[in-house]
Write a protein that binds this ligand. Structure first.
Ligand SMILES: [Zn+2]
Length: 305
């Protein structure tokens, strides 16, 4: 079994929030996720532990283009692979934003305002000759390594999970699960959170019969069956929350407050220590999920119901 190493990008000084996964090969190394621009120094430090530098990164596979997963891809496309630039692999629906990230940066700036830089750092475009757009299940071959991308919408329409042998890198569609007491949250950002597509993606991930899961937030877990059950339950619980809350079309702050309370009560029920709340919120802010749920509900449930 090919060894997979977890690189902790120590996002905002908090351990175990954003991972990049390192897989070595004879010419250097591939990573899954670049992490954001703000954690490039942490990435360098984590590579050093393996006697590697950015020079050794030949290939970067992105699960999707959200800033916490892909923000440093443009930088790696200039500095990786001994200064020739690493190759960046992406879903067709995300490719345009990597070549021309202006819209992505503008919409993130509207959300994060003055915190934008501190949180995410610089987002450089990926030069066209370094961007490789891959189709669903089109194998990515890097030396002896073979990665199979699985089209897995629900969290975002441009999301892949990657299967390497029996390890599945689930990006965000596998949910948020940090080391510690078993607890899983569903990240539902606007504008593309979609419950039914997510359920289909869950089925696809289960069909892989993988033995290990590596969600970007955070770590490698060897009990995929339990994990998928928790994800299924998480989706069911979120749907129940939406059915109870959203038909009255309450204003956004009310949805956000109620969802924060709901999330807190659920964490307590599952025995999550209070000191882990910050890490879960850093990986997946509840207010953002509230926004994503409202958008989904108005677009898909009100319109058809
Ligand atoms: Zn995401």
């Amino acid at each position: 079994m090919t060894e997979v190493y977890t690189l902790d990008l120590n996002f905002q000084g908090i351990p175990h929030v954003i991972a990049s996964y390192l897989i070595k090969h004879p010419r250097g190394a591939a990573i899954i996720e670049s992490g954001p621009g703000s954690t490039i120094e942490a990435l360098k430090a984590a590579l050093k532990v393996h006697d590697l530098t950015v020079d050794d990164i030949t290939d970067v596979l992105l699960t999707h283009i959200h800033l916490d997963h892909a923000g440093a891809a443009g930088w790696l496309a200039r500095h990786g692979d001994h200064g020739q630039g690493a190759r960046i692999y992406v879903h067709p629906n995300g490719a345009g934003h990597m070549l021309n990230p202006e819209k992505l940066i503008n919409s993130a700036t509207r959300i994060y305002g003055p915190l934008m830089d501190q949180l995410w750092g610089e987002f450089l475009c990926v030069p066209e000759d370094k961007l490789i757009v891959i189709q669903d299940q089109q194998e990515v071959v890097i030396d002896h390594l073979r990665f199979c991308p699985l089209d897995t919408p629900g969290h975002a329409e441009h999301h892949y999970a990657y299967l390497l042998e029996d390890t599945l890198f689930t990006g965000d569609v596998g949910g948020i699960r940090l080391p510690g007491p078993p607890h899983l949250r569903v990240p539902m950002p606007p504008p593309e959170f979609h419950l039914e597509r997510w359920r289909e993606s869950l089925g696809k991930m289960q069909e892989t019969s993988c033995k290990r899961l590596a969600p970007t937030h955070f770590g490698i877990y060897d009990n995929p069956e339990w994990h998928f059950e928790m994800l299924q339950r998480g989706l069911d619980e979120v749907e129940a929350f939406m059915i109870e809350t959203l038909p009255a079309d309450p204003p956004m702050p009310a949805i956000s407050d109620k969802f924060m309370q709901w999330t807190g009560a659920r964490a307590k029920r599952e025995g999550l220590p209070d000191e882990m709340t910050g890490a879960y919120e850093a990986a997946n802010p509840s207010w953002m999920s509230a926004t994503g749920m409202q958008r989904y509900w108005r677009k898909y449930r009100v319109a058809v119901g």
